[in-house]
Write a protein that binds this ligand. Sequence first.
Ligand code: CMP
Length: 391
Amino acid sequence: MEFTRRQHAARLIDSSGSMSAPQIAVAGAFMGAAVVASAAFAAGTIPNLSDSTRELARGAYLAGGLVLTVEFLLRLWLAPQTEIDPALATWPFRRRYLMSGMGIVDVLSALPVVLVLAGVASYEDVGELMLISLCKSARYVAGLGLLTQVVRNEARSLVSVLLLLMILVVLASGLMYRFEHDAQPEIFSSVPTTIWWAVVTVATVGYGDMTPATDLGRLFGGIIMILGVATFAMPAGILASGFASEMRRRNFLVTWQTVANVPLFEDLNAAEITEITRLLRPQVIPAHRVVVHHGDTGDAMYIIMSGEVEVEITPKPVRLKQGQFFGEIALLKDIERTATVITMTDCQLLAIPAADFRNLMSRHPKINEKITRQAERRLQNFGDSFTEAHH
Ligand code: CMP
């Protein structure tokens, strides 16, 4: 598979996985533009600025916005190349990019400057839109992906707590209205207006714009405050435990037992397995991600602990499953990756960094022989019948 100019450009704006220096530079320029333009907008709202400062802010806003417009056009142009199979049709990918969360953020970030420069809207009308560009940082922060995953995992408990809160608020409003309406008809004028009091109280904010004056109202208000604190703390607890279990799932534990079960290590004794366990880096990779890029330099070999990957070779891609390994050829022969490897399902992989791999190969002739033999078969395209026959 030859790399086209577009594919190179697509790699440059890609931010999945560990990023190379040029990728970091490009991401930094895009994010920097979003921060500069948003800060310039915010600064521009300060009253009593001198004309020159105001001009400066507007200039920075437009410059940042132009960079974001270029970013959007690049991403739109390159949307097909960021996909696994570059031969597939172009427009469906572009449409999918435009409909994705990040695509919408990119459009809205480019929009204000385009509208202002086209003379369709004034800076004062659409300036705020620029603040949306700060959401672009989600591309670069792995933790945000974790957050959405946790919310998705815990959705059922979160929804039931939210429901409980809503019931509490509505019930409290109805009762408070009954207690206070006669004493303060202007303030507690209806149940809907009393909902404001209930929300502010349950959230333990207490602006103090609506306060009960009757004894019964105060007693009841106190009860709602205490119930509010308890109910309000629940989502925080759910999210905290959700984070903990999701983290455990992602950094699955590499135990002695799991390593001992890897076919590649079956000839090792207990002490050697203990030693190798320390070298292995667990990685959880979602389905349909590129683990190894054809043409890259090799930095690790991978063993599949669960899930399935596909090696994109012609004429027919090869599937590899639990217990098999890949990424050994580039390390063994000191050449570029000979194929692209993509996860087909969620995968748990064990990575052995290149330096540890060399160390392992020189110290364990049996493993060396197994890996070398397998690599030779693969290079001659005999496929993986050898490992398959073994398990
Ligand atoms: P490497 O060249 O480092 O990166 C791509 C990997 O794909 C390669 O190592 C092998 O592990 C794997 N691979 C290449 N060719 C084949 C093949 N014919 N059958 C199975 N796996 C292969």
